[in-house]
Design a protein around this ligand. Structure first.
Ligand SMILES: NC(=O)c1ccc[n+]([C@@H]2O[C@H](COP(=O)([O-])OP(=O)(O)OC[C@H]3O[C@@H](n4cnc5c(N)ncnc54)[C@H](O)[C@@H]3O)[C@@H](O)[C@H]2O)c1
Length: 279
């Protein structure tokens, strides 16, 4: 799909970071916007900054981990704009702890926001997108964590591997169905955004994560620094996404230096070698 003007984009996690940049880029492309986020005040601030005519924007406070809220988002988007052409399943949260210090609530929070959201997004948007018979594209935000297994982020890694394989599966199926809807998966490495303050959005029902100590604290500190020092920006991610959608490219891996680590993991698997640990 390379014509965006007057088409409709639905973006989750649109109040901050990569989602906000996707919204800015979609707005510049002349798209109608459906912006969803759990942080309503920041979502409204983002929309105010975009300064689009009211008829081009729909804001919706949404907890993407809840199927009923994604279903309501889809209903509202199709009711308002008739069609949806670009769905960006982007909202996500991070948690850094050693695996044995992830509580059940930690797992449920991270898998709910990062993986179930994408499952529900596909369930509730794709059949209608296919029905409309128009060109369309689904972009789900995974991570290089969906291609590697970095210590200290088990739930995050599991969720992001899930998003990669879900998207790869869907790619084959849409091709077999000769559908006009394409799919891409965005796998960034470190990007300076609000991801390291994800606990700000942890829903009350999960309680707080136990404080990180020892190895968990060391991993947390390291991840925080890595995010802060990320060389590519959220704007770079949005630009890569729009190029990939225009080209019909599935893998969107903007940090090309990560290729070495992906290759190393593949070689470990091919050679039945134990997982190589990077410094
Ligand atoms: N920043 C990075 O280094 C990095 C790297 C790889 C992948 N990612 C992925 O990029 C995506 C965007 O994250 P970001 O880096 O822009 O972080 P961010 O924290 O700046 O933005 C994430 C957005 O998701 C929203 N959100 C959180 N929980 C939600 C929920 N339950 N329902 C709806 N919205 C919710 C937040 O309010 C926020 O606006 C995530 O999926 C993240 O995992 C980020």
């Amino acid at each position: 799909m390379n014509n965006f003007s007057e088409r409709t984009a639905v973006i989750t996690g649109a109040a901050s970071g990569i989602g906000l940049e996707l919204a800015r880029r979609a707005a510049r492309e002349g798209m109608n916007l459906v912006l969803a986020d759990i942080e309503n005040a920041r979502l409204e601030a983002a929309a105010a900054e975009l300064n689009l005519p009211a008829e081009r924007v729909l804001l919706r406070k949404t907890d993407v981990s809840q199927e009923s809220e994604i279903a309501a988002l889809a209903d509202a988007a199709f009711a308002r704009f008739g069609n949806v052409h670009l769905l960006c399943n982007n909202a996500g949260v991070g948690l850094t702890r050693v695996t044995w210090e992830h509580s059940t609530a930690d797992w449920q929070w991270v898998l709910g926001v990062n993986l179930w959201s994408v499952i529900h997004g596909i369930q509730h948007f794709l059949p209608k997108m296919l029905e409309q018979g128009d060109e369309g594209h689904i972009v789900s935000t995974s991570s290089v964590a969906g291609l590697l297994s970095t210590p200290g982020m088990a739930a995050y890694n599991v969720s992001k591997h899930g998003v990669v394989t879900l998207s790869e599966t869907l790619y084959g199926e849409l091709l077999a169905a000769k559908a006009k809807v394409g799919v891409s998966v965005l796998c960034p490495a470190w990007v300076p955004t609000g991801i390291h303050q994800s606990s700000r959005n942890r829903q009350e029902r999960f309680g707080d994560a136990a404080p990180a100590a020892g190895l968990s604290a060391a991993y947390e500190e390291r991840m925080g620094q890595a995010v802060k020092r990320g060389l590519l920006t959220a704007t770079d991610m949005a630009n890569e996404v729009f190029s990939a959608v225009s080209e019909g490219r599935f893998y969107v891996i903007p940090h090309r230096k990560i290729n070495n680590a992906i290759q190393l993991r593949t070689d470990d698997i091919m050679n039945l070698r134990n997982p190589t640990q990077l410094p």
